[in-house]
Design a protein around this ligand. Structure first.
Ligand SMILES: NC(=O)c1ccc[n+]([C@@H]2O[C@H](COP(=O)([O-])OP(=O)(O)OC[C@H]3O[C@@H](n4cnc5c(N)ncnc54)[C@H](OP(=O)(O)O)[C@@H]3O)[C@@H](O)[C@H]2O)c1
Length: 337
């Protein structure tokens, strides 16, 4: 029995392209004692996938010849561990392939509350990143102004909505008029800035007349630099990601104004990785699920069909082709999940 896989053919020296990957047929693996065989149902596409190809990040780098890494939701096919049984849905890192064997400890059971794709967007790592980044790192107070970059993407769209729920004025930065209209329409942001057509610095001044108290930054680069100059005294910069610097071998040097602005404005600029907060995961998931059920939070997924879409899907994600959480449906959902 076979297992389709997408393997890294070579590491990109510049922008990611399809020829950096190849589709391969392998044999379906057999679980050894302590392992679980799972079938990938949904694959998450994340800007971090490209950052992992730049070298070591918070995890090991992706290397040529390996199956491309990626977060997945998968169905248990065969388990040698009593904690898991066939048909169960688990969160795991199968990577870009149809089947994988993992040690049982590497799997997290999914407590199904709603449509499966929502468990990879609002209720998955994405929603948790937005939740912990905004509330634990940014710590917004009602009435404050929260600015969010890559605001129409998976993490930004949830972070902005949580800030709105927290009683803040929320301003998003995104790469098209369509995205900006979605932010100020369905998502209830107070204003949105198209960074491709507006002068960002001037637009932040216009839409954040009282300055910026919390900047939830997904992009780094020029947007981070422009935002730093608009921060209020005592402001918090949540360093969630730097997507503007991933698809290159020559990331730009840091923004102007560091450390001068940080000192004079008494800013706190803090990075985090979502897993840092996993001890609080259950409560956060329950809160996010509550908001979703009460229609306070909109979950939007952008789902591509078929494993072979993954390379083009990741390239498109880095170019901003997505609205909301980009996923690949690798296989059908199990009937009984
Ligand atoms: N710290 C953590 O634990 C953690 C966890 C998950 C994700 N993250 C980070 O969160 C950020 C967002 O990730 P995501 O999964 O939610 O992806 P996403 O926002 O759904 O997709 C990436 C978006 O980035 C924008 N973008 C691409 N190049 C850009 C550039 N040069 N300047 C400005 N915007 C650009 C694009 O939208 P536009 O059309 O607006 O350009 C694109 O849609 C990433 O930096 C990621 O690394 C961090």
């Amino acid at each position: 029995m076979s297992n389709r896989q997408i393997v890294v053919r070579e590491l990109p020296q510049g922008p990611l392209q399809e020829h950096h990957f190849e589709l391969r047929q392998a044999a379906r693996p057999q679980p050894e004692p302590g392992q679980v065989l799972t079938r990938t149902v949904l694959l998450s596409l994340d800007p971090a996938n490209r950052a992992w190809m730049q070298g070591a990040t918070y995890r090991a780098p992706v290397l040529p010849g390996e199956v491309m890494s990626g977060f997945t939701l998968a169905e248990v096919v065969e388990s040698t561990d009593p904690r898991f049984e066939a048909g169960q849905i688990v969160e795991c890192e199968n990577g870009w392939q149809e089947f994988a064997c993992q040690p049982a400890d590497a799997l997290t059971p999914v407590r199904r509350r709603t449509a499966l794709p929502h468990h990879m967007s609002v209720l998955g790592l994405t929603g948790l990143t937005a939740y912990f980044g905004l509330l634990e790192v940014g710590r917004p107070r009602p009435g404050e102004t929260v600015l969010v970059s890559a605001a129409a993407g998976a993490t930004g769209s949830v972070a902005g909505q949580i800030a709105r729920i927290a009683g803040c004025r929320v301003v998003g930065i995104a790469g098209s008029d369509e995205k900006c209209a979605w932010l100020t329409g369905e998502l209830g942001f107070h204003a949105a800035i198209n960074y491709k057509t507006d002068k960002v610095s001037r637009a932040i001044k216009e839409h954040c007349p009282a300055g910026v108290d919390v900047f939830f930054d997904n992009t780094g680069g020029e947007i981070l630099e422009a935002s730093l100059f608009r921060m209020n005294q005592g402001g918090r910069v949540v360093c969630c990601g730097a997507v503007s610097q991933y698809d290159t071998n020559n990331p730009a040097p840091g923004p102007r104004g560091v450390p001068g602005l940080i000192i004079t404005k008494r800013l706190r600029m803090e990075g985090f990785i979502v897993m840092d907060f996993f001890h609080q995961r259950e409560a956060a998931e329950a809160q996010l699920a509550g908001w979703l059920e009460a229609d306070q939070l909109v979950a939007r997924e952008d789902i591509l069909d078929g494993l072979e879409c993954a390379p083009q899907g990741l390239i498109g994600l880095l170019a901003g082709h997505n609205i909301g959480k980009r996923l690949v449906r690798v296989g059908p959902e199990p009937a009984k999940a």
